[in-house]
Write a protein that binds this ligand. Sequence first.
Ligand code: ZN
Ligand code: ZN
Length: 278
Amino acid sequence: MTQYQYDLHTHSTASDGALSPTELVARAAQQGVTHLALTDHDGTEGIEEARQAAAAKGIELIPGVEISVSWSGGTVHIVGLQLDITNPALQQGLSGLRDYRRQRARQIANKLEKAGIPGALEGAARYASETMLGRVHFARFLVDNGHATDMKDVFKRFLVKNKPGYVSGQWASLEDALGWIHAAGGQAVVAHPARYKMTNSKRRRLLREFSSLGGAGIEVSSGNQHPEEVRVMAKLAQEFELLASCGSDFHSPDHAWIELGRMVTMPPFVTPIWTQWH
Ligand SMILES: [Zn+2]
Ligand SMILES: [Zn+2]
């Protein structure tokens, strides 16, 4: 019997990943992944290339995306799976988010300049792919130019609330994100639910709202997650009658603690999201 191995949350150079879609698929195949979702931030530009590479490697490519959502004063990520990426409502929504990201990058750079750090936009752009300039690229620029000792230091002293380079803003609403995913015939999944800094009651409120909007599942198992946390997320999936997804959130081979297809196994009492696919 064939043993399936799912990784339903990964990034390529089409957003802030280090590997091209082709390289990502090759690495996934090497790691024994049989079903791979490419879920780049707010865009599906990598899907076509990944699809071709996956066909050549004999693995199944699930077209996906990871949508940035502003919810209750913070940012949450919603993964869309099994999308028809030609859907106009989806593409229009994503394109609006990319416009916002570009505009935000300019604002971050302006604010850093006012704090005595010039050249951040050009500096950060050196670390970014053509499609996406995000906070992580500004962070690398700040570290490499001696403004901070490491990434952790950056996100303590820059780019966060009340610090230089912070820009508050609006991503998609939860309702819009789910609307686009559903318009494209896909399933919505709350990405890495354990990673948000929110109280348990707030997390439940998020899941309740998500569920009432027709959300399908949550990532019960995410890259580099503690088994106990996986169990807690599995319980939440059960409580809210949501399907269970698992994805590494792989970005780069440099992050040795996260590998494609390498997640804690989900408890048997959850219903994996792929049971509806076969
Ligand atoms: Zn995310
Ligand atoms: Zn991600």
